[in-house]
Design a protein around this ligand. Structure first.
Ligand code: ADP
Ligand code: MG
Length: 408
């Protein structure tokens, strides 16, 4: 196919990039053509541009549904950097006062605004629906669409109301769904819920060739093993994930006692203490952050070199996301998970108070984790298979099972 010079020109003009990454160009064409478009691409691969660029080129305002105020702020700031017009991007959420909301609405109605970010909770509000009825909408983008699915690890029930609300607004506009975390189950769930089974579909590989995967048996020596491992990785930043807040505190303490600078991070801490510890990690005042899964979304430290799972996570999906935070610069990234069957049983026990349907899902997710951990075939192959992808090489050369094949 002939290269679309005009599109590349626009890319350069608005964003200063010389070329598209991966499927970006084809995705953008699909959006520009007004098609429903489904995008599966790993974190960091440039999904935002797939709706940002078309929004600038199309008539009207794109409505971007985004799960976190911090993410919206980030993107709005970035868009303002690229544009001379501050009104080019706005968000509407609970952090804005009345005057600020009026200002946003007036920018949108005067057609300055090409991107309007909202959380699903705000989209649902009747006053916002009324407002959007008066707006020329270029398309809807649903970012972090895995939030729609109860099979996804960050399920948000409000996300399931997006399609009814769009219908309620009543304008014919394409929907673009974007996610970095889609097992076939999550993906089908999203497509069904957003009623976009006929959508143009784009996915890129989820393989991260620079990441090394290893599973170690969790014994009573696990602490010692971790200390030894980290000491051998002197000067390299790492994250340790634990399931409980208590364990996070204990482990951080244990590391410090053993001469490794480490800080805890979990949702039970004051938010000021949390951001202090996060900053200390980002600025490399400490080598290690010990955290629950509360740590990570939106963290951009490109040179994290190892991630250790002290406890096995609740799903492979979660495991992929958490290990995805190492080696983002393309350099080395080691992913070590400690696994014991008794941990698995503990996780099953935790679920007992929950609704039956949730327990059932939880159990199935745990089964997948167990078969990953207990497998003697290539970890990469198992992981990618979980995401519906076939890994073709016999030996990935970068996981414990490929480097030290067990004798059958
Ligand atoms: P994702 O949402 O897929 O995790 P982002 O949209 O946040 O990824 O993009 C990740 C980074 O890639 C951003 O810093 C963005 O500016 C950069 N990026 C996106 N597209 C391109 C491109 N075509 N050329 C160079 N950098 C790009
Ligand atoms: Mg993104």
């Amino acid at each position: 196919m002939k290269k679309d010079d005009k599109l590349t020109e626009q890319l350069k003009l608005y964003f200063g990039f010389d070329s598209f990454k991966g499927n970006q160009e084809a995705i953008i064409r699909s959006v520009l053509a007004g098609k429903d478009t489904f995008v599966l691409m790993p974190t960091g691969s440039g999904k935002s541009l797939c709706f940002q660029l078309p929004s600038l080129m199309m008539e009207g305002t794109a409505i971007v549904i985004s799960p976190l105020i911090a993410l919206m702020k980030n993107q709005v700031d970035a868009m303002r950097n690229y544009s001379e017009e501050n009104g080019v991007a706005h968000f509407i959420n609970s952090s804005l006062n009345k005057a600020a909301i009026e200002m946003v609405k007036s920018d949108v109605l005067s057609r300055k605004t090409k991107l309007l970010y909202v959380a699903p909770e705000s989209l649902n509000k009747e006053e916002n629906v009324e407002f959007l009825r008066q707006v020329k909408i270029s398309f809807y983008a649903v970012d972090e669409a895995q939030c729609i699915s109860e099979w996804g690890h960050d399920f948000r029930p409000e996300y399931r109301q997006i399609r009814p609300t769009i219908n309620h607004i009543g304008q014919k506009a394409a929907v673009v769904a974007l996610t970095a975390s889609a097992t076939p189950k999550v993906q089908q769930d999203i497509q069904k819920n957003l009623e976009m089974t006929d959508a143009a579909y784009f996915r890129s590989s989820f393989d991260r060739p620079n990441l090394y995967y290893e599973v170690r048996p969790k014994t009573e020596n696990v602490d010692k093993e971790i200390v030894k491992y980290i000491k051998a990785e002197e000067g390299k930043s790492g994250i340790i994930y634990c399931l409980s807040r208590k364990k996070v505190e204990e482990l951080a303490e244990m590391l410090n006692v053993n001469g490794i600078k480490a800080l805890p991070y979990h949702a039970g801490m004051e938010s000021s203490a949390r951001s202090e510890n996060q900053d200390a990690f980002l600025m490399e005042k400490v080598q290690v952050i010990v955290a629950t899964i509360a740590f990570g979304m939106g963290i951009d430290k490109p040179d994290v070199r190892f991630v250790i799972h002290y406890d096995i996570p609740k799903s492979l999906e979660g495991y992929y996301q958490e290990t995805g935070r190492v080696g983002r610069d393309g350099g080395e990234g080691q992913c070590i998970a400690f696994y014991s069957n008794s941990d698995l049983q503990k996780l099953e026990k935790f679920m007992q108070g929950k609704p039956v349907a949730e327990q059932e899902i939880g159990r199935l997710l745990l089964q997948d984790i167990a078969s990953y951990a207990e497998s003697s075939v290539c970890r990469r192959r198992v992981l990618l298979h979980y995401f519906g992808e076939e890994y073709k090489k016999d030996n990935c050369g970068n996981c414990d099972n490929c480097l030290n094949p067990k004798k059958q």
